[in-house]
Structures are given as structure tokens and as C-alpha cells.
Design a binder for this molecule. Sequence first.
Ligand code: TA6
Length: 286
Amino acid sequence: MPIEQTDKEVVLTHPSDPSTSVKVLLHGANILSWTVAGNEQLWLSEGAILDGSKAVRGGVPLVFPVFGKSSSGPTSTLPQHGFARLSTWEFLGQVSASPLTVQFGLGPENVSEVFRKAWDFDFTLIYTISLGADTLETAMRVENTSNVDWDFQILFHTYFRIPDIQQVAVKGLTGTNVKDKVSKTDYSESNTAVTVGSEVDRVYENVDDDVLITSSGKALFQIDRKNLADVVVWNPWVNASKNMGDFRPADAYNSMICVEAGSVSGWTTLSPGQTWECSEKVKSLL
Ligand code: TA6
């Protein structure tokens, strides 16, 4: 069956290869797994909590309407990274057979009272997921269904599974402005290949080039983005991994890297009736 649905999750299986699939948890519309020819492409923590009580540690959590924590404005009382990853989305069904494509929806009616009070605007999010033979495409349509303007940030917080962090590099970031949360500095990236040898938590702003994740010089993933100008690179390394209760095993920082496509270095304002769209296409080159 190309699409299997339970009350908790939806699984898409590629029509011509049963070992190529994507699994989506309705909680957060969080992609938990993406396999290509039987090989898992995403990292999911062994300690990930999947019962809806917490954000999922791994796969592709959705960040909306705020990235991180904001100190002022309507999103300032929302939790880190907003409510999209903490809400139960509606499965809207299949929209195409080739590529196999499904949609999920989120509106105020799906958001908890607490978050609604915190961010009391009408909105509609339509999340589209397409599974190709070696690609995973995710797209988001944001609509302001209220009668006032509101601002938002959005990001696909993708956890990639990698063989060894010491061999990994991220390419396509050269010359971009970086907001480095670890060193608390801003600078222009001079490296042609960004490597990880300690905790990394950076927002690369207005990245023009396609982004490539490589291992020992061999391309693993190619990331194409539409309307997602920023790229966040995160690896918690030793200490921050230990400080996260749901990050397991503790040395898993060796096997994951977050390379996150987003619109987070500023805010997007939507007026009543206006819509905004973005997408990311990841190609597995393994
Ligand atoms: O996207 C990187 C980041 O913002 C880091 O600062 C780190 O906090 C990470 O997200 C995980 O955030 P979480 O709220 O899921 O623990």
C-alpha cells in the first residue's frame, strides 16, 4: 500500500521500491524516518518522546511561528521554536500518485488553548510531503486567515544521519554572514567546507548556493531550497548532548548533524488573506 495511516502516523511507501519510504508522526507532522533503498537517511534519538508530550528529538521537526526564543512581541510567550512541533496535525490525504505526495494541515483549532492565548491569530498551514526514488521534498504554505497582519519565522529542523561527524563537511556556505550562538559573534564564513569538531550552533544568513553535506569528500545529501534563505547548522557535541534528556545515546552527536533550511534571520509579515510558500528538496546521494 503506498499510503498507510493509523491514528498516530502516516507511512508512504514508494510504488516501485517498498524499501523507500517516509514515516510521519501526526504529532508535530514530524517526519520520523526517511529510507532510500532500505537505508535510513535521518537521525532519530533513541530517547525521542513520541507520545505528544514533547517535541520529537530527531527526524524533521517543524519550527513555526518563531525560531528559538523571542524576547518581545506576540511570540515572546511561546516555547522555543514555537507550537507547530508541539501540536497534532490533521492528515489531509494524498494529493498525487507520482511523485507520491500527501498533505497535513494545522489551524488554530489544532493548537492548545495555552498556545492560542499566547499567539492569538488565525492562520492555516498546509504541509506537503513528496517521496521520490531518492528525494524527499517538503513544502509549507502559510496563510493569514485573520484580519490583522502578523509576523512569523519558519524552519525545517532536519536531523541528518551521518557515518562519522569527524569526516563530515557542509559546503555552499562560503562568504555568508554567520550568527554564531556558541562564540556569540558574527562573521563571514571563509571556509569552503564547514566541519564540526566542537559544539556548533550557527545561523548562516542569505545562503545563495545549494548546500551539500559530504563525508570524506563524498557527497551524501544535496539540499535545494525555495524561499528559505537561511541555513542553520547544529551539532550539540559532548556537553550539550548530555544536557538533553531525550538525546540518546549520549555519543550520538557523532552520527548526526542538523542542517536546517529556514527563514529565520528576520521576520516575514503576512497581511490578511495573504499566503507565503517555501520548499526544500533533499536528494540522497549515498
Ligand atoms: O536549530 C538549532 C537550535 O536552535 C539550537 O540552538 C538547539 O537549541 C537546537 O535548536 C535544539 O533545540 P530544541 O528546542 O529542540 O532542544
